[in-house]
Write a protein that binds this ligand. Structure first.
Ligand code: 13P
Length: 267
C-alpha cells in the first residue's frame, strides 16, 4: 500500500475509533509499519481535522519528518513495530471499560472464551508508568509478550494487528470483554476457563482464521463444506462439556484472586 493510502488508513481508523465510542477526544493514537520505521498520528490533534500530511513519518532510530510532532506515545509504537515482525498496526485508546479495569491494575482473565482474541489465556495489565516514557514502552512490551493486546495500568489499552480492520475488530471485542468482566464482577469474581479449555479455543480460532472474515469465494467458486475449507482438525476434547463435573472444579479455580498475579502490581 502507498504511504498516502496508509496515512488515509490511519486517519480513517482514528475517526472510526471515536465514532464507535472506543475512544474520546484525542486520547488515542495509531501507527502503521513502513520500511525502516512507521507512520504515526500527530500528538493532540482532532482526528476529524487531520489531513494525510499531518501524519508523521518516523524511522526506527526516532528521527522524524513532517510538519507535526509525533504522538507522545511514539516510543511504544516504535518499540512494538521494531520487535514484533507479526505486527503492522498499533492502536492505542483510553476506552472506558478497559481503562476502568486498568485503573485497578487488573487485566482480563479467562472468564470468557473470547479472551483468546488477544492470542492467549489472558489479557495482561502492565504496571503504571508515565505516558510517553521509555519505561512505559518497556512495560508494554513485557505485557504484550505472546499477545496482541494488553492494558496499561492507570492508562488504557494497546491492540496489535496486521491490518487496520483487524485492529479495530480486536479493540472492540476487547472493550466488550472488559465491559462484560466489569459487570460480572458486580456479582463476584467469575469462574475461569481452564488452560486446557482456552488452548482448545485458541486452536479453534487458529483453524478458522477467526477474525479474518476470509472471502471463501476467492478460494473456490463451488459448493464447499466448512471442514474442507478450514485448517486441520483440532484434537477432540477428552470429555464432552456436558459430562463435566458441575460446579466443583470451577469453584476451585476462583479460590485465588489470580488477576493480581497476571495483571500488574502485587501488593
Ligand atoms: P497523543 O495525542 O500524544 O497521541 O497522546 C494521547 C495519548 O493517548 C497519550 O497516552
Amino acid at each position: 500500500m502507498s504511504h498516502k493510502k496508509l496515512r488515509q488508513g490511519i486517519i480513517k481508523t482514528c475517526v472510526e475509533m471515536n465514532r464507535s465510542g472506543l475512544n474520546q477526544g484525542t486520547s488515542g493514537n495509531v501507527s502503521h509499519r513502513i520500511e525502516g520505521g512507521m507512520l504515526i498520528t500527530p500528538t493532540s490533534m482532532a482526528y476529524d481535522k487531520m489531513h494525510h500530511d499531518d501524519i508523521v513519518e518516523m524511522a526506527f532510530d526516532g528521527t522524524y519528518t513532517g510538519k507535526r510532532l509525533p504522538s507522545s506515545e511514539w516510543r511504544f509504537h516504535r518499540d512494538i513495530l521494531k520487535n514484533r515482525s507479526d505486527v503492522n498496526v498499533v492502536l492505542h485508546t483510553h476506552s472506558i471499560y478497559c481503562t476502568t479495569l486498568a485503573t485497578h491494575e487488573r487485566g482480563i482473565p479467562a472468564f470468557h472464551y473470547m479472551v483468546a482474541v488477544a492470542g492467549g489465556v489472558d489479557i495482561r495489565c502492565s504496571p503504571y508508568a508515565c505516558f510517553g516514557t521509555q519505561e512505559l514502552s518497556n512495560l508494554a512490551l513485557d505485557a504484550l509478550k505472546d499477545r496482541t493486546a494488553c492494558l496499561l495500568g492507570h492508562h488504557g489499552l494497546i491492540v496489535l494487528a496486521d491490518t487496520f480492520a483487524t485492529a479495530m475488530w480486536r479493540a472492540i471485542e476487547i472493550e466488550s470483554l472488559a465491559k462484560m468482566y466489569v459487570h460480572a464482577l458486580a456479582i463476584g469474581e467469575p469462574p475461569r476457563l481452564s488452560d486446557k479449555e482456552m488452548a482448545q479455543v485458541i486452536e479453534q480460532m487458529r483453524r478458522m482464521s477467526y477474525g479474518q472474515a476470509p472471502d471463501l469465494d476467492k478460494v473456490k467458486d463451488t459448493p464447499k463444506t466448512i471442514d474442507a475449507t478450514i485448517k486441520k482438525p483440532v484434537a477432540k476434547p477428552t470429555a464432552p462439556a456436558t459430562n463435566r463435573p458441575a460446579a466443583k472444579p470451577r469453584t476451585r479455580r476462583v479460590a485465588k484472586p489470580a488477576p493480581r498475579t497476571t495483571a500488574g502490581r502485587t501488593k
